[in-house]
Ligand binder design. Structure first.
Ligand SMILES: [Zn+2]
Length: 211
């Protein structure tokens, strides 16, 4: 094949995470706690920064577990970020970027979906990380809608702490019924469907309607 054709073919294919594509898009990285979602978000953002792209990272102001102005993964890697109260602020502050990263997206209001669509429409690559399910096994906040509008969804998995299979849900091991309880290893454990059924028979990991 002539060289020119080969180059054209490579351009058409691009990379699976969109680095070679200049058009806006929405990527979602979802999974349970301890699945490495934030690690994956940081990895994609770091590559963009290395390529001198303008990168902005946002997280909900509610999430100040480790650091007020950084996105920090469980493994301790971090990247400077801006805590915001609402998704509207992301639209306002993110429009000059090439890449917008959003962590803990499950805590944002429902307008986050329109915000991501709007940023992508303006040619921005949007990478969203969040918990797909809450501790009861129910879809969490705007995550189902974000997965639906995404160009690409990556589901990452933790390992079930009881049997070693791929985990499905973040089981809360302390009492409390609030959906939002920011936590760490003392409060949650990743479990597979089978083990979750054994420890939380009243939960609905298979997606029954909530009562
Ligand atoms: Zn298990």
């Amino acid at each position: 094949m002539p060289l020119q054709n080969t180059i054209q073919t490579m351009k058409d294919v691009g990379s699976s995470n969109g680095e070679m594509m200049r058009r806006g898009r929405v990527e979602v990285v979802c999974g349970s706690m301890f699945s490495g979602k934030t690690e994956e978000l940081i990895r994609r953002l770091r590559r963009a920064q290395f390529a001198k792209q303008r990168v902005e990272i946002f997280k909900p102001a509610i999430d100040v577990r480790y650091s007020e102005e950084e996105v920090v993964s469980h493994e301790g890697t971090s990247i400077p970020s801006t805590p915001v109260d609402s998704s509207a602020s992301i639209l306002l502050m993110g429009q000059e970027s090439d890449v917008v990263g959003i962590d803990e997206a499950q805590f944002f209001d429902e307008h986050i979906v329109e915000v991501c669509n709007e940023l992508a429409a303006r040619g921005i690559r949007v990478i969203v990380a969040g918990l797909d399910l809450d501790f009861k096994g129910q879809p969490f906040g705007p995550m189902p809608q974000l997965c639906a509008i995404a160009d690409e969804v990556t589901k990452v998995h933790a390992i079930c702490v009881r049997c070693g299979a791929l985990a499905y849900v973040s089981h809360r091991i302390v009492a409390g019924d609030k959906q939002v309880l920011l936590g760490e290893k003392q409060e949650y454990e990743p479990l597979c469907r089978e083990c979750y059924k054994l420890v939380a028979p009243s939960g609905s990991p298979l997606g029954e309607c909530p009562k």
